[in-house]
Design a protein around this ligand. Structure first.
Ligand SMILES: [Fe+2]
Length: 311
């Protein structure tokens, strides 16, 4: 793995906030980041988009600005059409308008890289938590992907909410980084180790073998200089680097996520509502526990290889 050799100094000679030896660069970035994130959080409600397939320039700019400041932007498309295929088509237009490159390889990415998250008995989906009514613990998407298949952004779009539950929470990975680094920079050092987190190989439902995924939790993208996060709070089928500081860092991160944070967003998305994010940390509660028939909840998910471009 080459991650350990990544240059944390920026090319113009200025310090990088991700360099653990440069506290000044970190403090400068931190102050600015928290101010911008607070501004974004204070904004009242989601960005209203009248034509999802073709968002206007001011709508696009506002979404990009919120993603630059807090790595996520919530939006609402009032009066969403009932027809699922029409919504899919609109989401494809939306992704293109936002300058995003769809990652199509997911096994469930049926139509044009858009995955329908709903309760499913399909052989390829049965038994997987995303396609059940069960809660999902904190994670970033694609944490088991190969490095060249990294997921850097995604859209979650609600077609139909659950009757009961199905609440999502989101947290900006940069806020998680700040909480950990403020407490102990050694936690960041441990979580940036190129072998920090291993997801063992797995036999997929279609019979293919997904190789083991070994890598850091936090890393810095060579091209953009952006902080990226690869994480799951699951405790089965995962191996953390056998090291005391790593164990403490992982435990603290789980605690921070469980206890909540002023910058955490908690919401139950309604029909037509969605989030565009730079693969923020997210979870969901279980839903419709008492229904004997299938839950109606349907969310579309699209994953992207690139981050939301700045406007
Ligand atoms: Fe997810």
């Amino acid at each position: 793995m080459e991650m350990a050799e990544i240059k944390l100094k920026s090319s113009d000679g200025a310090g990088s906030p991700w360099d653990l030896d440069d506290d000044r660069a970190y403090q400068d970035w931190r102050r600015d980041k928290l101010a911008r994130a607070a501004d974004s959080a204070a904004l009242a409600g989601p960005v209203e988009i009248s034509d999802l397939a073709n968002p206007g320039e001011s709508e696009r700019r506002e979404l990009a600005r919120r993603c630059a400041d807090s790595n996520a932007a919530f939006y609402i498309r009032p009066n969403q059409p009932e027809d699922e295929d029409a919504v899919r088509e609109q989401l494809r237009g939306f992704a293109a308008a936002m300058g995003l490159r769809i990652a199509e390889k997911h096994r469930s990415a049926g139509s044009h890289g858009i995955v329908a998250l709903k309760v499913s008995d399909k052989p390829s989906q049965k038994g997987y938590i995303p396609y059940s009514r069960r809660p999902m613990n904190w994670h970033t998407d694609g944490y088991y992907n190969a490095p060249d298949q990294k997921i850097r952004a995604m859209v979650l779009h609600c077609v139909r909410p659950a009757s009961d539950g199905g609440v999502n929470q989101f947290l900006d990975p940069e806020i998680a980084y700040i909480r950990l680094r403020d407490e102990n920079p050694d936690y960041i050092d441990a979580l940036m180790h190129p072998r920090a987190m291993t997801i063992p190989e797995n036999r997929e439902a279609d019979g293919s073998l997904r190789p083991a995924s070994i890598g850091p939790v936090f890393s810095v993208d060579r091209e953009t200089g952006a902080l990226e996060m690869r994480y799951t709070a699951r405790t089965r089928s995962i191996a953390w680097r056998d090291d005391a500081v790593t164990a403490r860092a992982v435990a603290r991160l789980a605690e921070i996520l469980a206890q909540g944070d002023p910058f955490m967003a908690t919401l139950k998305m309604e029909a037509g509502q969605g989030v565009l994010c730079n693969n923020s940390l997210h979870n969901r509660t279980g839903f419709d526990p008492d229904r004997t028939t299938d839950s109606e909840r349907l969310l579309f998910r699209i994953r992207f290889h690139n981050r939301v471009p700045r406007s």
